[in-house]
Design a protein around this ligand. Sequence first.
Ligand code: TRP
Ligand code: SF4
Length: 401
Amino acid sequence: MPEPAAGRVLSGMRPTGHLHLGHHLCVLSQWQQLQRANECFFFVADWHALTTGGAADAPGQLTGQSLAMVTAWLAAGIDPDRSVIYVQSALREPAELALLLAMICPLPWAERVPTFRDYCTSKSRDEISVGFLGYPILQAADILMHSADHVPVGEDQLPHIEFARELARRFNELFGKDAGWQEQSDACAAKLSDQAAFDDCCRRYQQGGDEQARHQAIEMIAQAQLGGEQKQRLAGRIEGSGREILKPPAPLVAPVAKMPGLDGRKMSKSYGNDIGMLEPRSSFEPRLLKMPTDPARVRRTDPGDPKKCPVWPLHEIFSDAKTCSWVEDGCKSAAIGCRDCKAALADHVERHSAPLIERSEPWLAQPQRVAQIIEQGNARAKDSAAKTMTEVRQAVGLCSL
Ligand code: TRP
Ligand code: SF4
C-alpha cells in the first residue's frame, strides 16, 4: 500500500458485534499499518448504529457489541498506546457539531447521498428515521471534530467523505469570513518566506484545480512559523475563502477492496457466508468443506477450472504461491480432489486467524482491561473534540456568557 503523507487519520465502524475476515483484511490491516506513520483515531460509531433502528432491534446489546468489536481491533494489532480508541457516544461534541452542521446543510444535499437514496427505494417512508437522513452529517461531524486529514473507508463510503468536504467548505465560507478576514489573510500571507510563490499556488489551484499547487501551498503553511489561527487563515486562502475552521478531509480507499465469502458472493454476515475473524477452524471448516466448486467437476476424475470456482479466490487471498500453483495444476489435471483443495485452504485460513485468536485471548479473559482502554481513549478524544468545539462555537457566534 502506498504510504500517504503522515497526518491525522480517523475512521469508525458501526458495532455489529461480529467481525469477519473481510473486516480484518479490507479494513483493520489497513488501520494497523496506518498507525506507523500517523496519529490515528479509531472509534465505535454506536450512534450510527441507531439510525436504522439498532437499539430497538437489539435492546441493551450495544455495549457488549462495542466491547467485542474493540477486542477484535486489539487482536488485529490496533495499538492503544499509539492510537486513540474511543466510543462515539461517550462524547457529546459529535452530537453538537452534527446539530450545527445540520443547520447549514441544504436538504437536497442530504437527500442526494446515494446510501440514503438507495435506502429510500427499499423502505417505506415510515421506516426511515430523520436520524438516518442525518447519517452523513453525523459522520462529517465525527471527521471534522478531530480535523482528520485522511479517512480510510470502503468505496461505498466515498460519497460520505465528499459530503464531509463540502460541509466543511460551506461552514468555513459562512463562518470563516469574520470582520476584516481579507486584511488578516493578507497579513498572514505577508509573513510567509515567499508570499508570491504561495499566492501563485493558490491562484493555480483556484483557477485550474491544480492539486499539486494546492499541496505545495499546504507544505508552505506547514513550514511557516505561525500560530494555529494564522495557519487556518492561510489554509482558507488556498480555497479563496476565509479561515479554515473545519478541515476538509481526504478519503483513503482500502487496498483490498472486496473479500469473497463461502458462496462466491461478497463476504457478509447477512448472507451467512462469512468466516468470523476469531472463529476457530473447528467451526468454519465444515462450512468451508461444503462450498460449491466448479460445476464441471462432477466426479473426482473430471478436470476443473479454478476460474469457475468460488474456492479459488480465497486461495488467492490466503494461500502461498506454492499452494496456489498446486491448486491450479491439480485442479486442471484432476490430480487433486476438491476435498484436498479445500483442506489446504482451511490450513491457510487457520494460519491467518490463529494469531488473531491467540492475541484476543488475554483481552477476552479480562474485558475490564478493554473497557479501561476505551475510557482512556474517550478522554483523549474529548480533549481533541473540545478544542474544535470551542472554535466552532466562537465562529458561529453562540452565546459565550
Ligand atoms: N459510515 C461508516 C460505515 O458504515 C462508519 C462511520 C461513521 C465512519 N462515522 C465515520 C467512518 C467517520 C469513517 C469516518 O462504515
Ligand atoms: Fe475448486 Fe479446488 Fe475443486 Fe478446483 S480443485 S474445482 S479450485 S475446489
